[in-house]
Design a protein around this ligand. Structure first.
Ligand code: SF4
Length: 301
């Protein structure tokens, strides 16, 4: 009589380093405290973090998003995690009654580094994504800074004798090394302030390791979150079935057909509670069992 092989229960594993980093947890604590204490309106200048689900959740608690200090007067204003330019901050302080600075301390370190290099006469180069709010904030502290996304962007750029480099916190060290080796030999003096935040690289390494061991990988985080998109990209290079979602409602049972090992990771703007909700739904849809509880121990740098 033919025997049927018993179906094994799929495992669901959360990447060792996944989800909200130190800067995001700090910003969420600050805004939640502001919302519970304030008697007037509470706004954030730009989205607090790149996570639409969290931003809408905050809206239900009365915390709205203002895109410019011209849009309001009075109330409490929270400066976003990615930081703002000094001009924006000055205008925000003039418009709001109370300002709470939720800029991540690692972003502030990049601001200070750019400002110091600029004041010491260095030609400041910011390695980062042009137009990203964090990079715009850093450039605001060294207005003549040049933004490059990699060594290739230096083609045709006239360098002065002293060049100072600061880095968007989410960039990779490989890209920084490439840029610095291009600068050496082209500038008389090269000073590098490594402002990369470890939270991003730790999440990338954990996601990459997990993705190479599973059949399906679920990546949670805003589609407007650069670090989450990068996680999904890295996972796609290691695993053939990768799904980037913003919330549990997007999950589909068919994604887990035949899967014996399912991996879950999340960008640095995804709170632990969103990871927990997604894991429970993945378990329901796949019949799987959560093997490692999600942890988020990274403290940034
Ligand atoms: S990724 Fe790093 S720099 Fe960015 S908010 Fe988190 S801790 Fe701060």
């Amino acid at each position: 009589m033919p025997t049927t092989k018993p179906k094994t229960t799929p495992t669901i594993t959360v990447a060792r380093e996944a989800g909200a980093c130190y800067g995001v947890n700090r910003a969420l604590d600050l805004v939640e405290k502001a919302a519970s204490e304030a008697t007037g309106p509470v706004r954030t200048l730009g989205p607090l973090i790149h996570n639409p689900a969290v931003v809408s959740e905050l809206e239900t608690r009365g915390v709205t998003v203002a895109s410019s200090p011209d849009e309001f007067s009075g109330g409490t204003l929270v400066l976003r995690t990615h930081g703002v330019t000094p001009i924006e901050e000055e205008r925000a302080r003039a418009a709001a009654e109370r300002v709470i600075d939720a800029t991540c301390p690692f972003v502030i370190r990049a601001h200070r580094a750019a400002e110091k290099l600029d004041s010491e006469g260095y030609q400041v180069i910011v390695l980062g994504e042009a137009g990203h709010p964090e990079v715009m904030g850093t450039v605001g502290h060294a207005p003549e800074a040049i933004v490059v996304e990699g060594a290739a962007d230096l083609d045709g750029v006239e360098l002065r004798g002293k060049v100072g480099v600061v880095v968007q916190t989410t960039q990779s060290r490989a890209r920084l090394r490439e840029l610095v080796s291009e600068l050496i030999g082209r500038a008389g003096e090269v000073r590098v302030v490594d402002t990369i935040c470890e939270a991003t690289s730790e999440r990338q390494a954990s996601a990459s390791a997990l993705a190479s061991e599973v059949d399906v990988m679920v990546v949670i985080g805003g589609r407007n979150s650069a670090n989450t998109c990068r996680l999904a990209e890295i996972c796609s290079g290691r695993c053939g079935r990768v799904h980037h979602i913003e919330g549990a409602a997007e999950l589909e049972a068919s994604w887990f057909d035949g899967a014996q090992a399912i991996g879950v990771t999340a960008g640095a703007s995804t709170p632990q509670r969103q990871i927990d909700v997604v894991c429970s739904r993945v378990a329901e849809l796949s019949g799987g069992m959560l093997e490692v509880p999600g942890t988020s121990s990274a403290e940034g740098k």
